[in-house]
Design a protein around this ligand. Structure first.
Ligand code: FES
Ligand SMILES: [Fe+2]
Length: 421
């Protein structure tokens, strides 16, 4: 349970809010690289409650600017994308990817007015097939967090993003809530299992795992410890939560692993990112198709990223399917997550909830974000993970069996580089 004031603090990310300031200290994924073509149509999108426009210029480099033209506010998504700049459709002012006004044809050149106009560009990087943006103060720009999935070849990865009509936090809370998988994602025939993954029946046999935490430099990691099918063994699933708003669901080396992020779009929606990758082997086209189907990538408009399922059609829930095939009656793993998280309302009222022992990861995450945002606002403390990020490719999840008399922290010790500071 949170007080109303803390619920407001932790969910609002516009300019001038505490949580907005925290998110503006990190690199965030903005677009899939293939959305932008050199000299092609600009793309408008919203992130952290700001309306932005992205374009790929003649040199192939990406610029991200505020959507409104500095002159009189026309959308630069309507602009002409020509010779390394966006030219506003209304009066022809032109801005390059750094936000510099490179042509202002409605003023005499000798006025010097052009040099006083800027479009306030944000820092951009392209990594792992995605365009990333940093929306904070330039002097605080952190190194790029090279998540493991951004370092594998394109052939080893598929990715998608869509608009989830729920606040970023309740979406993240689904991602780090291990117990819901035993219910929501169950089928009548047994547990839903990803193509290429080990069949994880053990996940479903024990619905009261013991949750243990370890703070880390990037956020925290936790182990969900379950009974196994042998007395002398435990089934352990370790989830790293990496600030901001990302996690690796448990998996093993060689499996097709998942990375998720729920980047705040505005206070009532977020960008749900889903990357499925294999750090060892390339994925065949057939496997990629199978995975897209399993992850539910068919469930949104590929141009607008708006989902087909929502409250207006009860998230396409099928009661017949519920009787015969699946626990939820909803097809597609992520459609199931969308349904439960959106059904709470865009910003869930956390003054009303009744948390139990298996909600420990969620409680830890809320405390972490509130503490980090307050420490940043009051004492200027750098939030977790914004420094020394070059080893992020070492962070990964785990799912394994271990001897019942061993501690998971000894079996899978935290790399000293990620010790909490
Ligand atoms: S509004 Fe953009 S040039 Fe006038
Ligand atoms: Fe889920």
């Amino acid at each position: 349970m949170l007080s109303h004031a803390d619920n407001e603090l932790v969910t609002r990310t516009g300019k001038g809010t505490l949580m907005g300031a925290l998110f503006r200290r990190y690199w965030l994924p903005a677009l899939i690289s293939s959305e932008l073509e050199a000299d092609g149509a600009p793309v408008r999108f919203r992130l952290l409650n700001e309306d932005l426009v992205a374009f790929r210029d003649t040199d192939g480099e990406v610029g991200i600017l505020p959507e409104r033209c500095p002159h009189r506010g026309v959308s630069l998504a309507l602009a002409r994308n020509e010779r390394n700049g966006l030219r506003c459709l209304y009066h022809g002012w032109k801005f390059d990817r750094e936000g510099v006004c490179v042509d202002l044809p409605t003023e005499p050149p000798e006025s010097g007015f052009r040099r006083k106009v800027r479009a306030g560009a944000y820092a951009v990087q392209e990594r792992g097939g995605a365009v990333w943006v940093y929306m904070g103060d330039p002097e605080s720009e952190p190194p790029f967090p090279a998540y493991l999935w951004t370092t594998v070849p394109d052939s080893n990865r598929i990715m998608a993003k869509w608009i989830q009509d729920a606040n970023w936090l309740q979406s993240l809370e689904g991602g780090i809530d291990t117990v819901h998988a035993s219910f929501l994602h169950n089928t009548a025939a047994g547990p839903m299992t990803a193509p290429g993954a080990q069949r994880s029946a053990l996940l479903f046999n024990d619905t009261t795992p013991v949750l243990e935490f370890e703070p880390t430099a990037y956020g925290f990691r936790y182990a969900a410890i379950r009974r196994s099918d042998r007395e002398d063994e435990r089934y352990v699933r370790i989830t790293p939560h990496i600030m901001p708003a990302s996690s690796y669901p448990p998996g093993s080396v060689g499996e097709n692993r998942i990375w998720n992020m729920w980047a705040p779009r505005d206070d009532e929606s977020c960008w749900a990112w889903d990357v499925c990758f294999n750090e060892v082997t390339p994925m065949s086209d057939e496997l990629k198709e199978e995975l897209r189907d399993y992850r539910g990538y068919y469930a949104f408009d590929p141009k607008t990223f708006v989902k087909y399922a929502g409250p207006q059609n009860m998230w396409l829930q099928d009661r017949e399917l519920m009787r015969t095939e699946s626990w939820s009656g909803i097809r597609g793993l992520f459609v199931q997550d969308n349904a439960v998280q959106e059904s709470m309302g865009p910003i869930v009222d956390r003054t009303m909830e009744r948390l139990g022992t298996t909600d420990a990861a969620i409680i830890a995450a809320r405390k972490l974000y509130i503490k980090a945002a307050v420490a940043l606002a009051e004492e200027g403390v750098d939030p977790p993970g914004v420094w020394e990020q070059r080893d992020y490719d070492l962070i990964r999840s785990e799912a394994y069996r271990q001897s019942a008399d061993r501690a998971w922290r000894d079996e899978r010790p935290l790399d000293a580089r990620f010790a909490a500071r």
